[in-house]
Design a protein around this ligand. Structure first.
Ligand SMILES: C[S@@+](CC[C@H](N)C(=O)[O-])C[C@H]1O[C@@H](n2cnc3c(N)ncnc32)[C@H](O)[C@@H]1O
Length: 267
């Protein structure tokens, strides 16, 4: 029989150690305090874990894993999880061999090594000059290479979450001072991506869009809730529910994309 208290104790010890060691490697303002680490933990436990269980996936890779909270939480839950991010320091990767310093376009694993690869709030930063949203000239090439690599190392599924280009407000990004962003933008700008662009991008590498996932548990619009109180909470919950409707998911009515892609030529 599993000794639950022992497991929990070990988990807490690992997280405490991880928190102090990894906090320093987070270059993102607003991603390194205790609250944001807790938010990141909740979205793994309440959104990612149920998807992995449903899809029967055990060997997992997170691309753009920030502080590394995702792979740590998944390992504590019994998954064989790995994470890659360009900003890990050597002492982090020396301590945790399952955390790798590197870019999504060059993943040091063989073809189809993972059951499932996921990447949360990262693809919109690929191909940018500042690591945020200022596009470099070759951003399309960079994003294509990123998608190609995610597809290469997954034998079955890829999950991508990112703000919807067609929704006029980017609710996810804080401004450069770390304040809640609510960046208003034109649907014709290319900083963020649309479901159609992602669908076409993945199709090129043998993956089809399987579902607009229900974002329950993702804890995504908490900034809207915090800023606009109960009304904000009702509006954001309603909007998030629209995300999983296949007709509405790709349209300007949906603030955020939660996309599941499936490999077409599964062995
Ligand atoms: C907004 S943060 C999201 C962190 C985490 N996925 C989360 O949801 O909490 C974006 C992350 O993507 C990483 N990133 C940026 N460009 C990347 C690239 N080309 N390949 C892999 N990760 C990248 C950044 O270092 C950063 O940790």
């Amino acid at each position: 029989m599993v000794d639950e208290s022992h497991t929990m104790h070990e988990g807490t010890a690992m997280q405490n150690q991880w928190t102090s060691l990894l906090k320093d490697s987070v270059i993102w303002k607003g991603y390194d305090d205790q609250h944001s680490i807790e938010v990141a933990r909740l979205k793994i436990q309440n959104f990612i874990v149920p998807q992995l269980q449903r899809l029967n996936a055990t060997r997992i890779l997170e691309v753009g894993c920030g502080s590394g909270v995702g792979p740590v939480v998944l390992r504590e839950s019994g998954f064989e999880a790995y994470g890659i991010d360009p900003h890990f320091k050597d002492d982090v990767t020396d301590t945790y061999s399952f955390l790798i310093s590197g870019e999504g376009k060059r993943i040091p694993f063989p073809d189809r090594h993972f059951d499932l690869v996921y990447s949360l709030e990262t693809i919109e930063h690929v191909g940018t000059r500042d690591g945020m949203l200022e596009l470099a000239e070759d951003y399309q090439i960079e994003r294509r290479l990123f998608i190609r690599e995610l597809c290469r190392v997954s034998s079955r599924h890829v999950i991508i979450t990112t703000p919807n280009k067609y929704f006029p407000v980017d609710e996810h990004h804080v401004d450069m001072h770390g304040n809640p962003g609510f960046r208003v933008h034109s649907p014709f700008e290319n900083k963020t991506l649309s479901a159609r662009e992602l669908r076409n991008g993945f199709r090129e590498f043998g993956f089809e869009l399987d579902a607009f996932l229900n974002p329950r548990g993702y804890y995504q619009l908490e900034r809207v809730k915090k800023k606009f109180g109960r009304i904000g909470s009702l509006v954001s919950d309603g909007l998030l529910r629209l995300s999983s409707n296949r007709l509405i998911g790709g349209s300007f009515l949906n603030p955020h994309l939660f996309l599941l892609f499936r490999r077409l030529d599964r062995a």
